[in-house]
Design a protein around this ligand. Structure first.
Ligand code: MG
Length: 224
């Protein structure tokens, strides 16, 4: 036990620049062929993954569920996907599997995250951090089992404070549901990774996403 108080970084200081809320929106797309290029070998890397199941059920018999998607509340108070920093010498695909074992106790023999699940990569130049994002579809009943297992993951309770489902519907006032969810604070580009995946995977249309993003700004205005 040290007596430095709550306002220090302690041994987390070496990673304090990552996930900063300053300059958080400045991520540039990287072509897949460039991910393992010489330039980015000198950068830090992180890999995260969205586990999802398409879900045709209705929430409260009213709203289309569309999909069950797992995200979590992190130690830093931000919302993110399971995943984390790639270790020195480790490949980013290997890293996402390791992180998912640590953070949500995913059985990566049964549900390996592979190159084919890679969705998109971005770079944050000011911190020299490459962010790789994967999405893996899992049958709904299996995803429900994974959700329960999360509680016994090694990192649960410290790095991960709780796994939850993303509400993908917009309620009658046009603000609650997905727009309100989008008005939370997300780590890195997790919010954009979510929006991008919803579009590419055909879970929401570009028009639906754009309406939700616009409504989320309205939610933020009301918070002031
Ligand atoms: Mg981690």
């Amino acid at each position: 036990m040290n007596d430095t108080g709550d306002n220090t970084w302690g041994h987390l200081a070496s990673t304090s620049q990552f996930g900063s809320l300053v300059d958080a929106n400045n991520h540039q797309y990287i072509e897949k062929d460039d991910i393992r290029s010489e330039k980015y070998k000198k950068y830090s890397h992180a890999s995260h993954c969205m586990l999802y199941a398409k879900n045709d059920s209705k929430v409260f018999d009213i709203y289309k569920c569309r999909a069950t998607i797992l995200m979590h509340l992190r130690f830093d108070g931000l919302i993110g996907f399971p995943g984390g920093l790639v270790d020195d010498g480790e490949d980013f695909v290997h890293a996402v599997n390791r992180e998912l074992r640590e953070e949500i106790k995913l059985d990566t023999v049964k549900y390996p995250i592979q190159e084919e699940h890679h969705m998109v990569s971005h770079v944050h130049e000011s911190t020299k951090l490459c962010l790789h994002f994967f999405a893996r579809e899992i049958e709904l009943k299996d995803l429900c089992s994974i959700e329960k297992t999360c509680l016994s993951a090694p990192d649960y309770g410290e790095e991960v404070l709780g796994t939850f489902r993303v509400p993908l519907y917009t309620m009658g006032d046009g603000l609650r549901g997905f727009p309100a969810f989008l008005s939370n604070s997300f780590v890195g580009n997790a919010r954009d990774q979510l929006l991008h995946s919803l579009k590419i995977l055909g879970i929401m249309t570009a028009a639906e996403l754009s309406a939700a993003v616009t409504a989320s700004k309205e939610v933020l205005k009301n918070k002031k």
